[in-house]
Design a protein around this ligand. Structure first.
Ligand code: HEC
Ligand code: HEC
Length: 261
């Protein structure tokens, strides 16, 4: 005990104590600090990798510096979210020029490659980031409020049940079935093609999450009344009854008439 007490007064003891204190604080901070958001995890190496992929796969239409050409728009400022949406839904790289770049089944890149190209495009100019899972999964979202927001903001193009609809000049708003929450969020944040952008002032991140919850609730919905008929509403349902229901009744009438004759 005496030896320890003597050492405690040693001039180096304070420095040692400080050092230990700093090390413990540093280690605790590293372990407990919240993980940085998506945007700040992009490294120079990732941007470099993304640039290479971009030059090989996208520059023919979008230009060597993504400045745009006759065949594709300037991508400065579209943000990581636009790249994640366009490439992640198989829209880009576009196979052939057309009025609209539709969703396709062939997503040509891995998640890492998409993230790299997104980081490269985001490094050109600020734009919407890939959303955090908290607001893009629909989990905990208010389905009723989401339905309301959807009917006000989206139904005029996508139909009130999200089954899609035609627009002018051969364009169309696609059906919104079985779409990953992240891509629904990104569509709202970036406004692909003729779709408007819904920024956080138009629809808050919570509201977007509610809309995702609403759309996912439709995916799970069964049709207790039988066939959905595309959920196109009373006109298609009425037409169905007119054509098939009356057709069957007329058929019966003819059949009965023939028998009695
Ligand atoms: C054959 C030409 C072509 C190729 C190749 C191509 N794009 Fe595109 N891209 C277009 C056209 C045309 C548009 C705009 C019209 C549209 O979205 O349909 C577009 C739109 C985009 C948009 C949306 C921009 C916005 O305003 O939201 C992004 C992001 C994008 N491309 C990324 C890419 C990436 C990344 C690649 C490479 C993996 C790529 N594109 C390859 C032609 C191309
Ligand atoms: C002016 C018409 C219009 C409005 C309003 C509109 N959209 Fe769209 N939306 C479109 C068009 C057109 C596309 C197809 C773009 C493409 O193929 O790149 C689209 C694409 C989408 C996609 C991608 C679907 C897929 O198959 O990958 C989602 C998700 C989406 N919209 C959700 C919404 C939501 C949610 C709202 C309301 C907040 C909304 N849209 C409002 C026209 C519209």
């Amino acid at each position: 005990m005496n030896a320890l007490a003597a050492r405690r007064r040693h001039p180096a003891a304070i420095a040692l104590l400080l050092l230990v204190g700093l090390l413990v604080t540093g280690a605790a901070y590293a372990a407990l600090a919240p993980k940085p958001a998506q945007a700040s995890t992009t490294s120079a190496a990732q941007v470099e990798e993304g640039k290479k992929l971009f030059l090989a796969n996208c520059s023919s239409c979008h230009g060597l510096g993504a400045e745009g050409t006759e065949d594709g728009p300037n991508l400065a400022g579209v943000g990581a979210a636009a790249v994640d949406f366009q490439v992640g839904t198989g829209r880009m790289p576009m196979a052939a020029p057309g009025v609209q770049a539709p969703r396709t089944e062939r997503v040509k890149f891995t998640d890492e490659q998409i993230a790299a190209m997104a980081a490269y495009v985001a490094s050109l100019a600020p734009g919407p980031a890939v959303p955090e899972a908290e607001y893009a999964s629909g989990e905990g979202g208010d389905v009723a409020r989401g339905g309301e927001l959807f009917r006000v903001n989206c139904a005029m193009c996508h139909n009130f049940a999200g089954s899609g609809g035609a627009l002018t000049r051969g364009k169309y708003a696609p059906a919104l079935r079985d779409i990953e929450g992240k891509h629904i969020y990104e569509a709202m944040a970036t406004g692909p093609q003729s779709m408007p952008v819904f920024n956080d002032t138009n629809i808050s991140p919570e509201g977007k999450n509610d809309i995702i919850a609403f759309l996912h609730s439709i995916d799970e919905q069964e049709n207790p009344g039988g066939m959905a008929l595309g959920n196109l509403g009373p006109v298609s349902e009425g037409l169905f009854i007119w054509v098939f229901g009356l057709g069957i009744m007329i058929g019966f009438a003819v059949w009965l008439g023939q028998k009695s004759a």
